[in-house]
Ligand binder design. Structure first.
Ligand code: CMP
Length: 478
C-alpha cells in the first residue's frame, strides 16, 4: 500500500505562478551568483539602520537645496544617488515577509518588490538632471524643462514614506527596548518637522534675504526652536504687517504646544519605563513595604522580607517568578525552563549522564524556591512529600541537633523519606541564601518507575546518606 502524504501547509511559493515581470533580472542575479539575503541576517538590520539615517540626511539636505533653488549635481548628489541605487539592488535580493511566510525565492522577491516600493525607490534614486544633461543638454536651457527638473528634486523626499516601515523592521529584528525605539522614532520625526517648519519660514520670506543661504537657515531654525519649544525670546518674530508670517507663527505655536504635550505625556513615561523590569521590581517592593507597614510587621522581619526581594532581584532580575512563564505556550515555556535550569542540570551528578528525554521531563517538574539563611527546608520527623536539588547556596544536615554534614551546589536531599515511605531522617537548614528546585513526591515516583537508572541512583544516594548518618551518630561504647 502506498503511503499517503498529506500537506497541511503549502509553501507560499507553490501558489505563485511563474513571474512574467522581468524574469531576466532574476537570471542575471543568479548568473553572477549574488546570494539572496536571509530574512534574519545581521546585514538586513545594518542596512535598515543605514537607510534610515540616509533618509534623514537626504530629506534635510535636498529639501534645503530645493528651498534655496540650489539645483547642483555635486558629490553629495551623486553619493545619495549611489546609496539609493544600492538600496534598490539590496531590495531586489532581500528575503521578505508576507504575512507570516518568509519569501526567499528570487523571482517572487523581485516581483513583490517591483509591485510595492520599487517605484518610490526608483524615483528617489534616479539622477534625472544628470541623465538629461548627458543625453539632451540643450533642453536644460528651456525654462519649462528647467522647472520640471526642479520639481523632480521632490522625488528625493519620497524615501521618507519608507521610514516608518523600516523603523518597525529594526524594532523586530533587534532586541531594542521599546522605550528607546519610540524615543528614536520620535527624535527622527521631531528633527524632520523642525527642519520643515524652518524651511517654511524661509519660503514665506520671513528671514533677511540679504544673508547667505546658510545664515538664513540657521536663523530660521533658531526661530523654529524658540517658537516650537514655547520659549519665544522675541528677537525673531513675524513682521506685523504680513499676515502670512503671523499665521505661520500661529501654526508653529500650535504645533509646538502639541509637541510639548506629547513630550510631557510620553517622554517622561518612556524614560521612566526604559527599564521595565526594574520599575516593576520597585513597584512590587513598594507594595510589599506598604502591606507590612499596615499590618505592623516587626521591623527585623520587614528587613528580612526586603532582603529576600533584593536577593531575587540580584539573582533573577525579577520580583516574581513564574507569572511570565504561565502565559507562554507549553513548548516555549519548556525551552525557557530548560535554559533557566541548565545550571542545576549540569551541576547535579544524578542528571549528568541522564538522557535528553529524562532531562526534558524533569525540567518541567522542578519548581524553583528560595530559602533564607537559617530557614529550615526540611524538619526531622515530619512526613516527606517532596525532595530538593540545591542550585545555589549551602545547607547543613542536622540530626538530633548535631550537624552531621554540609551540602553544597548540586546536592540532592530529601529523597530518603520518599523512598522509604517514612519520616524525615534529618533536618536541612539553610546556611546562606539558597536557590533550590523542588520535586513533588508524585512526580518523583513517576520518574522512578519510568527511568530505572534514576531509581537505582537515588536509592544509592539514600543508602549512602543513611550509612553516613549512622556512622556519625553512633554513640561511642563506654
Ligand atoms: P530525608 O530523610 O527525606 O530528609 C532529610 C534528608 O537529609 C535526607 O532525606 C537525606 O537526603 C539528607 N541526609 C540525611 N543524612 C545525611 C547525611 N549524613 N549526609 C548528607 N545528607 C543527608
Amino acid at each position: 500500500m502506498q503511503a499517503e502524504t498529506i500537506t497541511f501547509h503549502q509553501p507560499l511559493t507553490d501558489n505563485i505562478p511563474e513571474p512574467t515581470l522581468f524574469p531576466e533580472l532574476s537570471d542575471i542575479m543568479s548568473k553572477f551568483s549574488i546570494p539572496v539575503i536571509p530574512y534574519d541576517s545581521k546585514f538586513r538590520v545594518f542596512w535598515n539602520v543605514f537607510i534610515v539615517l540616509s533618509i534623514l540626511a537626504a530629506t534635510i539636505i535636498f529639501s534645503y537645496r530645493m528651498v534655496h533653488g540650489e539645483d547642483k549635481t555635486d558629490f553629495i548628489y551623486v553619493l545619495f544617488t549611489v546609496i539609493f541605487s544600492l538600496d534598490i539592488f539590496v531590495n531586489l535580493n532581500l528575503s521578505v515577509k508576507k504575512k507570516l511566510d518568509v519569501i526567499s525565492d528570487r523571482p517572487t522577491i523581485i516581483k513583490t518588490y517591483l509591485r510595492s516600493w520599487f517605484i518610490f525607490d526608483f524615483l528617489a534614486a534616479f539622477p534625472f538632471p544628470i541623465f538629461i544633461g548627458l543625453f539632451r543638454p540643450e533642453t536644460l536651457h528651456n525654462p519649462v524643462v528647467a522647472n520640471i527638473l526642479a520639481s523632480f528634486w521632490f522625488f528625493r523626499l519620497l524615501k521618507l514614506t519608507k521610514a516608518s516601515g523600516t523603523f518597525r523592521e529594526i524594532q523586530t529584528a533587534l532586541n531594542i527596548n521599546p522605550g528607546v525605539m519610540r524615543l528614536s522614532v520620535f527624535a527622527f520625526w521631531f528633527i524632520q518637522m523642525v527642519h520643515f517648519i524652518a524651511l517654511g519660514w524661509i519660503m514665506i520670506g520671513a528671514v533677511e534675504q540679504n544673508r547667505s543661504h546658510m545664515d538664513q537657515y540657521i536663523r530660521a531654525l533658531y526661530w523654529t526652536v524658540t517658537t516650537v519649544a514655547t520659549i519665544g525670546y522675541g528677537d525673531y518674530y513675524p513682521n506685523h504687517e504680513k499676515n502670512v508670517e503671523i499665521i505661520f507663527t500661529i501654526v508653529a505655536q500650535i504645533f509646538g504646544v502639541g509637541m510639548y504635550g506629547y513630550i510631557i505625556g510620553n517622554v517622561s513615561g518612556l524614560i521612566a519605563n526604559l527599564d521595565v523590569a526594574k520599575a516593576n521590581f520597585l513597584k512590587k517592593l513598594e507594595e510589599v513595604n506598604d502591606y507590612m507597614r499596615t499590618k505592623s510587621v516587626p521591623a527585623p522581619l520587614q528587613q528580612k522580607v526586603r532582603n529576600y526581594y533584593n536577593y531575587l532581584w540580584e539573582t533573577q532580575k525579577s520580583a516574581a517568578t513564574g507569572s511570565v512563564m504561565e502565559e507562554l505556550p507549553y513548548t516555549l515555556a519548556m525551552e525557557i525552563s530548560l535554559f533557566m535550569n541548565r545550571g542545576i542540570l549540569e551541576k547535579v551528578s544524578l542528571f549528568r549522564n541522564a538522557n535528553d528525554i529524562f532531562i526534558r521531563e524533569i525540567t518541567q517538574l522542578l519548581k524553583p524556591m528560595v530559602f533564607l539563611p537559617n530557614d529550615y527546608i526540611i524538619r526531622q520527623g515530619e512526613f516527606g512529600d517532596c525532595m530538593y536539588f540545591l542550585s545555589v547556596g549551602d545547607v547543613e544536615v542536622v540530626v538530633n541537633n548535631n550537624i552531621v554534614a554540609h551540602l553544597g551546589t548540586g546536592s540532592p536531599f530529601g529523597e530518603t523519606a520518599l523512598i522509604q515511605g517514612e519520616k524525615r531522617t534529618a533536618s536541612i537548614r539553610a546556611v546562606s541564601y539558597c536557590d533550590v528546585y523542588k520535586l513533588e513526591k508524585s512526580d518523583f515516583d513517576v520518574l522512578r518507575s519510568k527511568y530505572p537508572e534514576f531509581d537505582t541512583q537515588v536509592k544509592q544516594v539514600a543508602e549512602a546518606n543513611m550509612r553516613d548518618t549512622q556512622a556519625k551518630t553512633k554513640q561511642p561504647k563506654e
